[in-house]
Design a protein around this ligand. Structure first.
Ligand code: C5P
Length: 396
């Protein structure tokens, strides 16, 4: 399929890296056109992009009055995807508020397809609440934001704000064009760890970073699903393009999950739910006094098990994070919780489990088949889980 990708380049030093992005996209078979802002032209010549893409580069809103064809409308109609890279804080602010004062921002406003934005700027500018608020507005509108990388910045400081490498940007573009194997399906994903209060200040928590579940939710969005992500405590930014429900305790997670369950086609339960909570959390901060302190714990509901008893046609996917006898325990849970498949992993293995970006997992199905995957990124494992879910939903 021919893809038309419109790249918007704004005025940041990272503009030079986008020459390689344009080149890679062109080589992958896409049609590429470029709009540059006036400030971007200070960093890279339009001629460079013109030679790379084989298409004229647009900068001016009213460049060619003799051949006037309302450039912003025709470019917006032409594109299947708009990629803005690098995106400056100024561009983010304008796009968030619908300001259209040059060719790029006007085209963004006239474009109703998928927009992917790769911000790049000084860390303080990125962290500024104004920039963060603008990013939230754009995300809520379904714009995909590629998180900047951390490292040395052109301004001489080091921190978050670097434009990701061209290969990574191109991989994100690929994902957007990924086959929509879950279109028309609604998927509920849980992620992160629950937080069980001890008193207003302390809690019982766990080491879950939320990474695995967030990658699953992202992969489901990329596959065209309508996604609800119910998340406990996590260390990573929630993906865009989904309904995000933040919860704290297992009881809150249960409520959020049950309220969505009747309308979903599949539930992928990757959250690390506390098995026990404090029976009576203290209303005031517990003061230090005796040498020992005993907390009485009471069992939390097993959310997934409950879904297993309620399920009609929904596909149920569970996780088994184990430290020993992995396949045995996982198999037992698969049957006891009435799941369609379970993702089992040894959380003590190097490159697997909490906090890291990779995982080593096995997928066990109801028919007894076991797939053992090598060490792979959580993003790649998430894609496998989504493919198998789509398969069970009859979409593959
Ligand atoms: O029984 P175990 O906690 O090992 O099972 C793990 C699976 O069950 C995970 O998918 C987890 O999200 C889910 N679970 C749950 N409610 C609990 C405990 C675990 O839904 N209280």
């Amino acid at each position: 399929m021919q893809r038309n990708i419109l790249i918007g380049v704004t005025g940041g030093i990272a503009a030079y890296k986008v020459v390689e992005v344009a080149s890679r996209l062109k080589k992958s078979g896409a049609n590429v056109k470029v709009i540059m802002t006036k400030h971007a032209v200070e960093f890279v010549s339009p001629r460079t992009f013109q030679e790379i893409t084989g298409n004229a580069v647009s900068v001016e809103m009213f460049a060619d009055a003799a051949n006037f064809n309302v450039a912003h409308i025709s470019l917006a109609n032409w594109a299947d995807l708009m990629l803005i890279a690098p995106a400056t804080a100024n561009f983010l602010a304008k796009a968030a508020h619908g300001i259209a004062d040059d060719l790029l921002t006007t085209t963004v406003l006239a474009f109703d397809g998928q927009i992917l934005i790769a911000p790049a700027m000084n860390t303080k500018m990125f962290d500024n609440p104004a920039t963060q608020a603008n990013l939230s507005i754009l995300k809520a509108r379904g714009v995909k934001i590629l998180e900047p990388a951390t490292g040395e910045l052109a301004c001489g400081t080091s921190g978050k704000g670097r434009l990701p490498e061209p290969v990574e940007i191109c991989a994100e573009v690929e994902k957007i064009f990924a086959p929509k194997i879950l279109s028309g399906k609604k998927i509920l994903v849980t992620a992160g760890g629950t937080v069980e209060p001890i008193d207003p200040v302390r809690y019982i928590g766990n080491r879950s970073s939320g990474r695995m579940g967030y990658e699953i939710a992202k992969a489901a969005v990329n596959a065209g699903a309508d996604v609800v992500l119910v998340s406990g405590k996590a260390d990573v930014e929630p993906p865009s393009g989904l309904k995000f429900v933040k919860v704290e305790s297992a009881l809150e997670m249960r409520e959020a999950v049950l309220s969505e369950f009747a309308t979903v086609d599949a539930v992928i339960m990757s959250a690390a739910v506390a098995d026990y909570r404090v029976k009576s959390p203290a209303a005031q901060k517990i003061k230090k006094s005796a040498d020992t302190l005993t907390l009485e714990l009471i069992k939390n509901p097993d959310i997934l098990r409950e879904l297993g008893t309620l399920k009609k046609s929904q596909i149920l996917v569970g996780f088994a994070a184990e430290t020993q006898n992995i396949l045995d325990y996982a198999n037992k849970k698969l049957v006891e919780k009435n799941l369609d498949f379970i993702v089992a992993n040894d959380v003590t293995a190097e490159g697997a489990g909490f906090g890291v970006a990779t995982n080593i997992a096995s997928i066990i199905r109801r028919n007894g088949s076991v797939e053992n995957f090598p060490k792979m990124s959580k993003a790649a494992l998430a894609e496998k889980i989504i493919e198998r879910t789509a398969n069970l939903l009859g979409k593959l």
